[in-house]
Design a protein around this ligand. Structure first.
Ligand SMILES: [Cu+2]
Length: 111
């Protein structure tokens, strides 16, 4: 509990954009902090785009890039905190809703 994975959304060229690390292993109940270190807005959305039910388990909405959030005086606008306590043990894929080639996986172990 309380273990924290840091994932960055973003990159410098659109083909290289992605979540780093793209695979995360947590225990159920852990908190994952996503920070958008890229240039543009991104989301963290469960499932894959076009898949039925995508976004149902979690969906950050647009996360501002850190440079912009900082300029606006609220760096927390560049982060998304996912609490995994509602996720059953298993593997979950997620993507960015505006750049669906950005994908990642979260593996949840029992608490
Ligand atoms: Cu994106």
């Amino acid at each position: 509990m309380g273990r924290r994975g840091i994932t960055r959304a973003g990159g410098t060229g659109d083909a290289s954009w992605g979540f780093q690390p793209s695979n995360i292993v947590v225990r159920r109940g852990d908190t994952i902090l996503f920070t958008n270190n890229g240039l543009f807005e991104h989301t963290v959305t469960s499932g894959l785009r076009g898949e039925p039910g995508h976004g149902d388990l979690f969906d950050s909405g647009l996360i501002l890039p850190l440079w912009l959030a900082t300029m606006l005086g609220d760096p927390s606008l560049a982060t998304y905190t996912l609490v995994t306590s509602a996720l059953d043990p298993g593997t979950y894929v997620y993507h960015c809703d505006t750049h669906p080639w950005m994908t990642g996986k979260i593996k949840v172990h029992p608490a």
